[in-house]
Design a protein around this ligand. Structure first.
Ligand SMILES: [Zn+2]
Length: 449
């Protein structure tokens, strides 16, 4: 198991995160990446359809639908007297998903037929070298059906912009019609058929034929890999609490919310072992969480039931940290933030507060996080959306209401949430790792009955 020295080797952690995001273009791949880390750290895989034999000191994980992952480790403290510490995150991101009738001819080109998954910032998908990934179900000669994971890695499509000469008002008026303007134009990997090309199976080195494909979930993604950016700009920090990687940034797709997933699993596998700790990485957050594997399904509830954690004494001594991205102040759009609540990149984790319960933070759970940040000597920021601006949400309020666990919404400030390319601060990621580990190790999270 990684020791503290390794945990707080910032550059190893950040490079590990970039690798994790790069290898996780879809929720299926993100799930696989998480499971690989858990396997390496000695966690035992459980199946929902089999009996579980759990004992003291166990560390296990279970997946649902090949996406959502719940990992947990028993601690030396009793769940009844000390409760549980949960970190929740989501492993899906907005994207363009291939439709069952996958492609068609349009004015001499083959184009992909796609559906928008989640609230994508569509204009950012133009002029990118789009690769494709996901999973395919194929039928073998003996009639059996199996799953094939696919990642083309190389670009297979692009959505070209209309030239400024053909749309003079493009910088002022151009609207994007998601039915007609965002069909990815397929490049030379696709052929003429209406369904999937053999090439996709060939990418996976699979022997099956394209006509044996029975179902698939394939998503386009930007083939440009994640990057660390070192800034020359000095940002003053009056608290003098920067980590070793001041003024560095992570530029990547899916920072929302793979940054939290990766940080969560690193914190879990490095927790002290005193408390019962759990990581919940859910699918379908970007489309409302209502699914068998989403946070509003019964996956978490059923896992808690099987490990005997639904005793009200356990639940009410427990807390969840709902880890998800926060909106950093955009210097060109300062009016979009409440004047007093303007998180800045690389200035510390952001506690998200909303009195209408779009975030689950309460004064009590805010106090717990502020206390931890003070002990850790790391800065902390707070976000409240403007009254005239709709507020986003997370899985936090769902878990809080479904299970009755007190919850706090905290995340790393980022630019361009739901763009195909987002930006977050490296200091914040390091602070966040320290905070999540401290949360897992925290002695008490219950300040009121
Ligand atoms: Zn998110």
């Amino acid at each position: 198991m990684a020791g503290l020295t390794q945990l707080f080797d910032a550059s190893q952690y950040l490079n590990g995160m970039l690798e994790f995001i790069k290898n996780s273009p879809t929720p299926y791949h993100a799930s696989h990446s998480l499971c690989t880390i858990l396997d390496e750290q000695g966690f035992r895989r459980l199946s929902e359809t089999e009996e579980w034999y759990l004992q003291e000191g166990d560390q296990c994980y279970v997946t649902r639908n090949g996406t959502s992952v719940i990992a947990f480790r028993f601690g030396s403290n009793s769940k009844v007297t000390h409760g549980m510490r949960l970190v929740g995150a989501h492993l899906d991101s907005p994207c363009l998903k291939l439709n069952p009738k996958a492609n068609f001819e349009k004015h001499g080109y083959r184009v992909a037929n796609v559906e928008v998954y989640g609230s994508s910032l569509l204009r950012t998908w133009f002029d990118r070298d789009l690769a494709i990934a996901g999973r395919i179900f194929v039928r073998d000669a003996d009639g059996s059906i199996r799953k094939v994971m696919i990642d083309s890695k190389v670009p297979v499509a692009v959505i070209p912009s209309i030239a400024i000469h053909l749309e003079r008002q493009a910088n002022k008026l151009q609207e994007i019609d998601s039915q007609v303007h965002i069909n990815p134009v397929l490049l030379n990997h696709w052929g003429d058929g209406e369904t999937l090309p053999q090439q996709l199976l060939d990418f996976a080195g699979d022997q099956a034929e394209a006509e044996d494909i029975l179902g698939f979930d394939l998503r386009f993604y930007d083939s440009n890999p994640p990057n660390l950016i070192e800034s020359e700009i000095e940002i003053s920090n009056s608290d003098n609490l920067t980590s070793d990687c001041s003024n560095q940034y992570i530029s990547s797709a899916r920072i929302d919310n793979l940054l939290s997933c990766y940080t969560g699993v690193q914190a879990l596998t490095n927790a002290s072992g005193d408390n019962f700790c759990m990581l919940v990485a859910s699918d379908h957050e970007e489309v409302g969480s209502v699914s068998d594997s989403g946070a509003q399904g019964r996956f978490l509830l059923q896992v808690l039931e099987r490990i005997g954690a639904l005793d009200p004494r356990v639940i009410r001594n427990s807390a969840m940290l709902s880890a998800d991205g926060a909106h950093g102040l955009h210097p060109n759009y300062p009016e979009k933030h409440d004047e007093q609540h303007r998180p800045v990149l690389n200035r510390g984790p952001v506690i998200k507060v909303n009195s209408n319960q779009r975030y689950a933070t309460s004064d009590e759970t805010e106090a717990v996080i502020r206390g931890l940040c003070t002990d850790l000597k790391i800065p902390v920021q707070v976000f409240v959306s403007r009254n005239d601006q709709p507020c986003g949400t997370t899985i936090g309020p769902l878990v809080a209401s479904e299970i009755g666990i007190k919850t706090v919404d905290v995340g790393v400030a980022q630019f361009a949430m739901h763009s195909i390319r987002e930006l977050a601060g490296c200091d914040d990621a390091v602070y966040f790792l320290k905070l999540l580990k401290a949360f897992y190790d925290s002695d008490s999270v219950s300040l009121v009955d």
